[in-house]
Design a protein around this ligand. Structure first.
Ligand code: UDP
Ligand code: MG
Length: 316
């Protein structure tokens, strides 16, 4: 099969028939073999009935129904597991992404050799309250992930080589950073294509402004996991050792100064009356704690299933 189209959706009943007809028109015009996987993320409207009806009309339409609303990332993850096409395309259900982009995305993966191609909604039809924070979000994501050629990390329209989606695990709200996940898994040929964007035709957006707070925290998590996820001791042990040594040196200095003054008959204060003593003590305690955090992190990493997960590209 050439292409799997995965569509995560939550309460999008009005858009589904139009979207399906449009995708099928494009696929037939280019002679692709394809499947459309709708992942119904706990919709409370008639979306699932609509999917059932569409699937009766066309064998290419498949559906997965969640028991409740889990989020876009789990929906994508389930779609990825099920996908069979050589190229996997994800798109939103709200008709903001155009299926007309599919043939070119397919060509970029199969002929230009990209692992992942992300859409770039250069001209957006969204309210300003969304487009301005989005610019900031993307700048941060570029800096942290080191993927400097992407303008639009969170675009719903993306294309992947099948191998990519089978080897990354999207969970929580990590769908915003799939290119970063792919890069960390070793899929570094990441490209971008300018895509058409339209205003939402039916329904309303499912994400509020808290997406930016959560998105920022998720980015920190990913950065940490990719940098120290396998070797937590390398950061905690390092910081802990530095703090402990600093504290220890300071304690010795505080005690030494007192002994020196005593010996020479100068006026002196008790070690416990010296504020630096408490600063030094705190530093040593914090250092020990950080060190322990590193050790515990190592114990966890040792039991994590990822500890020896290496993706082999080729073997002879
Ligand atoms: N979506 C989903 N589960 C959710 C929220 C959203 O599957 O909990 C789907 C939604 O139906 C749409 C896509 O994710 O197909 C993108 O959502 P939306 O259009 O609301 O986001 P925006 O375009 O405003 O960023
Ligand atoms: Mg949308």
């Amino acid at each position: 099969m050439n292409i799997s189209v995965i569509v995560p959706l939550y309460n999008e009943e009005e858009s589904l028939p139009e979207l399906t007809a449009w995708i099928e028109r494009v696929m037939k015009a280019h002679g692709f073999s394809y499947e459309i996987i709708f992942v119904n993320d706990g919709s409370t409207d008639r979306s699932w009935q609509v999917i059932e009806e569409l699937s009766r009309q066309s064998a290419a339409v498949k559906g997965i129904k969640f028991r409740r609303n889990y989020g876009k990332s789990p929906a994508l993850f389930c779609g990825f597991e099920r996908a069979q096409g050589d190229v996997v395309i994800t798109m939103d259900a709200d008709l903001q992404d155009s299926p007309d982009e599919i043939p070119e995305l397919y060509r970029m993966i199969t002929e230009d050799g990209y692992d992942l191609v992300s859409g770039w909604k250069r001209k957006r039809y969204d309210p300003l309250s969304k487009t301005i924070p989005t610019k900031l979000f993307n700048a941060t994501a570029r800096a942290v992930s080191g993927i400097h050629n992407l303008h639009d990390f969170n675009c719903g329209l993306k294309a992947y080589r099948r191998e990519v989606v089978k080897n990354i695990e999207v969970y929580g709200e990590m769908h915003r950073y799939i290119p970063y996940l792919a890069k960390n898994a070793g899929f570094t040929r990441i490209g971008e294509k300018v895509v058409h964007h339209q205003a939402r035709k039916y329904g309303k957006t499912k994400f509020g402004l808290n997406r930016f707070v959560n998105g920022y925290l998720d980015l920190l998590t990913l950065w940490f996991l990719s940098t120290f996820g396998v070797k937590p001791m390398h950061i905690f042990g390092f910081l802990g050792s530095i703090m402990f040594v600093l504290g220890f040196v300071a304690v010795v200095a505080v005690g030494g100064m007192k002994l020196y003054d005593m010996y020479h008959g100068n006026p002196y204060v008790l070690v416990t009356d010296n504020p630096y003593f408490y600063l030094a003590l705190t530093t040593m305690i914090l250092g020990t704690q950080l060190f322990l955090a590193g050790f515990i992190g190592e114990l966890i990493a040792r039991n994590a299933p990822e500890r020896n997960k290496y993706l082999i590209e080729k073997e002879l």
